[in-house]
Design a protein around this ligand. Structure first.
Ligand code: KG4
Length: 340
């Protein structure tokens, strides 16, 4: 029998410090320490994020190994998020992974954070858990990205469309902010939208050719709707919170689904997945599931735990690269931006 492969994954690209252990493709543990410190600033403060990663990383890794019941000496490799993300935050995870790998004499595997989100669909707790078959489309929607990716293999991904301005998550967050909702606004809009009328307000939709997205026009039109109505009714927002949220969410979903449908038609793929923070949105999840049901496509909707930043996806991506002996050199450094 061949020796088992045990990968420790480390994620520190933004404001979550996370560590996970995957053995022979199955998830043994996934620990996430979210940073509360940013809430009062209305967004992630990079300097505070990297300091919090420094405080969290040792206990988080330790807990992940303990929960997995894995001794660090039995690790085959350490996978870490190399980018994209906040440079100071990435440096914490990268340096930690390098130091630990040198101490244990095991290789390091660098993971592209966006690939991690796509590959989160391969995380299994049981052998029988379903995974997508290649090729498939992944709608990757987060606070920093809105992309439609054609996934031919774990290491062969092509971006068919991307946002030319704001990401879908930014549209949620920025519109929520002008409504006076706390950061990040996406989950608040989701909650309010459940009680509102999605057809009450009409907001601008982009007319961009091809498969690219744009959300800045929607944001402006949302802002103007508030501004115009507040002139005559200072309580406009509080009186219409749910309908505003539902109409905003409805428009974002319509924009996302329009291009996703075009991509499905253009590629002829039969499997569609979603990933990234915005894929936690109830409306987005329902819309993709409904769409796939109607078109007889197979849908992969991730458990909510794997929609936001987590190390399980990093360990998963690292596992695939480890099998191909695709290791990272020690002189390789984190990167803040990526074009994939
Ligand atoms: O992937 P992610 O955790 O971080 C990066 O951007 O890398 O995504 C965060 C984004 C935020 O914009 C947040 O508002 C959004 O995901 N989000 C949601 C929901 N949960 C998180 N947006 C809409 N509805 C949600 N339920």
């Amino acid at each position: 029998m061949s020796e088992s492969i045990t990968i420790l994954g480390i994620e520190s690209s933004c404001d979550d410090t996370s560590a996970a252990v995957i053995r022979d493709g199955l998830l043994l543990s996934n620990v996430i320490a979210s940073q509360e410190v940013h809430a009062e600033y209305g967004g992630v403060v990079p300097e505070l994020a990297s300091r919090a990663h420094q405080q969290n990383i040792v206990p988080v890794v330790d807990t992940a190994l303990r929960r997995a019941g894995v001794d660090k000496h039995s690790l085959s490799a350490i996978a870490f998020t190399r980018g994209p993300g906040l440079l100071g935050s990435l440096l914490v995870g990268t340096s930690f992974a390098k130091g630990m790998s040198l101490g244990l004499r095991v290789p390091i595997v660098d993971v592209n954070h966006l690939h991690g989100h796509v590959l989160s669909h391969f995380i299994r707790r049981e052998e029988s858990d379903p995974v997508p078959s290649y090729p498939f489309l992944c709608l990757l929607v987060s606070g920093g990205n809105s992309q439609i990716i054609l996934v031919r293999n774990y290491n062969d991904m092509e971006i068919l469309g991307r946002t030319i301005d704001d990401a879908a998550g930014e549209a949620f967050d920025k519109c929520a902010k002008v409504m006076g909702l706390p950061y990040p606004g996406g989950p608040h809009i989701d909650r309010l939208a459940a009680q509102g009328d999605p057809s009450r307000f009409k907001f601008a939709r982009p007319h961009i050719p091809g498969l690219d997205y744009s959300f800045s026009g929607l944001k402006t039109s949302f802002l103007y709707t508030l501004r115009d109505n507040l002139k005559t009714n200072p309580d406009f927002i509080t009186e219409n919170q749910a309908d505003l949220a539902a109409s905003l969410q409805h428009t974002i979903i319509a924009i996302l689904m329009d291009k996703l449908d075009k991509a499905v038609r253009a590629t002829g793929v039969t499997t569609v997945a979603i990933g990234g923070g915005v894929s936690a949105n109830s409306g987005v999840r329902d819309a993709v599931a409904d769409y796939c049901r109607r078109r007889r496509l197979t849908a992969f909707i991730p458990p909510r735990l794997f929609t936001t930043d987590n190390a399980a996806m990093v360990a998963m991506a690292g596992y695939f690269k480890y099998i191909d002996r695709d290791f990272c050199r020690y002189d390789q450094t984190p990167f803040a931006r990526v074009t994939v």
